[in-house]
Design a protein around this ligand. Structure first.
Ligand code: G6P
Length: 489
């Protein structure tokens, strides 16, 4: 935090994220705001509150325009402004081509390799490019003639770094790619892979969660372009410009759960139990966006298997799945919603009775305060992603357990599994591993839970979101201080 404060002096910090951290919506006569689902905005918001600066995002709420000034700006958080949010307005066609199209129907499945076939539509690609230019224009206008560090987030903006650098070679541009990067064989099926790589090499610093994604990226560059690859320093030298490629695993703010779990959390826990008739039974929870990368059907099949192989749990526990609706215009997400609902109904019909249903499926977005209570009142949490850059639910669950109890079952295909090695690590494609994991959640002795949870909490408390931001920003800021020629090393 302090590093960011003191060393940013003189350079503007601009954070570029597709998703805005606060969305304003009409509700009857009033305008209210919500926070979107998804770990990225939740992780970055506390960093921005700490260092001020400007967050540039696509304005997606139906009341966003009304609360912003003529340049799309507003102070946020709305009830206690600490930094500026600038919204960029996209037309419906731009949103369809750029966000639903190329970002979420091409790049998202391509990078996650979960056997959901990516589609490549030239019109989407064209709009994706134009939207990257649109963001660039607006950012350059904000920067004016001043020095600045532009920190770009994620796969929505693969082309933006090069556009910015071409216009203003003196800007420092860094990007964090929040999703996995696949092997060159996989990435090269994208018809426009070369332009994407060139766009990303506009960065001075390019970061992924784990070393493996950095290696895959450098391999892809190696097979794509004429350039000098320095494997020792993990950098690419091309046309006189150096891009450093580094792993920086993202994290969360561990103090937030303490705020969410105030004195009345037990009252809220009781209200939740009463509302859904959960009695005092044990709970296992899953909290996700309803996305095909998260392995939600796999998890439900594991509940089915658990009840079949361990009938002692019939009537004695609930599996609570919170699934925030996500990217609902896309067919892949609509059919997943149906598949999940069908599985839930089948399991509840097979094992349930008039007074007990094994699965509680809430297809809605719960605020972070309610999610923290749910984590705290459960026996454990299941994260069964088929592939996930990091997965912050795993870290949030650990942060909520100041009682040092609770068991985490975690997919080996998440970035988080590299750090939270005291979780029960499973292959989510193997339903028996997942159901055994659930059985362990329900039976692990308190002393063993505490031993594991203590280690996981220490890990997240140490490698928290401020450390992530501090390390990334200070690495990028070293570049602000060096002249362009020194930058070539
Ligand atoms: C993932 C992506 C983020 C995205 C989030 C929520 O974590 O890496 O960039 O914001 O999902 O998805 P959405 O499409 O709703 O922004």
């Amino acid at each position: 935090q302090e590093v960011a404060h003191s060393r940013l002096a003189g350079a503007k910090l601009i954070m570029v994220v597709n998703r805005e951290p606060y969305i304003h919506l009409h509700q009857k006569e009033r305008i209210h705001w919500i926070r979107p689902a998804g770990g990225l905005t939740t992780a970055l918001d506390p960093v921005m509150q700490a260092c001020g600066a400007l967050w540039v995002a696509h304005g997606s709420g139906d009341a966003d325009q009304e609360v912003s000034d003529a340049k799309g700006r507003i102070g946020v958080p709305p009830d206690d402004p600490r930094y500026t949010l600038k919204r960029i307005w996209l037309t419906l066609n731009e949103e369809k081509g750029y966000y639903y199209g190329f970002a979420n129907s091409s790049l998202w499945p391509l990078c996650h390799q979960v056997y959901s076939r990516p589609t490549f539509d030239p019109d989407h690609w064209d709009i994706y490019r134009r939207v990257n230019h649109k963001f660039a224009e607006s950012i350059l206008e904000e920067v004016g003639n001043e020095p600045a560090l532009v920190f770009v987030q994620d796969y929505h903006f693969a082309l933006l770094p090069k556009i910015l650098k071409d216009a203003r070679p003196d800007l420092v541009v860094a990007q964090f790619w929040h999703i996995p990067w696949p092997s060159p064989e996989v990435f090269r099926v994208c018809p426009w892979y070369q332009e994407i790589i060139e766009g990303m090499l506009g960065n001075d610093l390019l970061a992924f969660h784990i070393q493996n994604h950095c290696n895959n990226f450098l391999d892809t560059v190696d097979r794509t372009l004429e350039c000098r690859l320095d494997w020792e320093h993990f950098s690419v030298l091309r046309n006189g410009h150096t891009t450093r490629v580094r792993p920086h695993p993202i994290s969360v703010d561990p103090t937030l759960s303490e705020e969410y779990l105030d004195q009345d959390w037990q009252i809220r826990a009781r209200q939740f139990r009463d509302k859904y008739q959960l009695g005092d039974r044990k709970l296992i929870v899953g909290v996700d966006r309803l996305d095909y990368t998260k392995g939600i059907p796999e998890r439900l099949r594991a509940v089915d298997r658990l009840l079949m192989t361990h009938p002692e749990w019939v009537e004695n526990f609930h599996f609570v799945q919170i699934a925030a609706p996500s990217r609902t215009l896309l067919d892949a997400y609509q059919s997943l919603t149906q598949e999940v609902q069908t599985l839930v109904d089948e399991i509840n019909l097979r094992y349930g009775s008039s007074h007990w249903q094994p699965v509680l499926f809430l297809n809605e977005h719960l605020g972070p305060e309610d999610v923290a209570v749910l984590y705290r009142m459960s026996e454990g949490c299941v994260v069964s992603s088929l592939h996930d850059g990091m997965n912050l639910v795993a870290k949030e669950f650990v942060c909520a357990r100041s009682d040092e109890q609770g068991v985490l079952v975690l997919s080996e295909f998440t970035g988080a599994a590299r750090e939270l090695t005291d979780a029960i690590i499973v292959n989510p494609y193997d339903v028996s591993q997942l159901s055994d994991g659930m059985h362990s959640i329900l039976t692990m002795p308190a002393a063993e839970q505490s031993k594991r949870m203590k280690k996981m909490r220490a890990e997240v408390q140490d490698k928290n979101i401020y450390r992530w931001a501090g390390m990334l920003l200070s690495e990028a800021l070293k570049l602000v201080e060096s002249t362009p020629s020194e930058n070539l090393e």
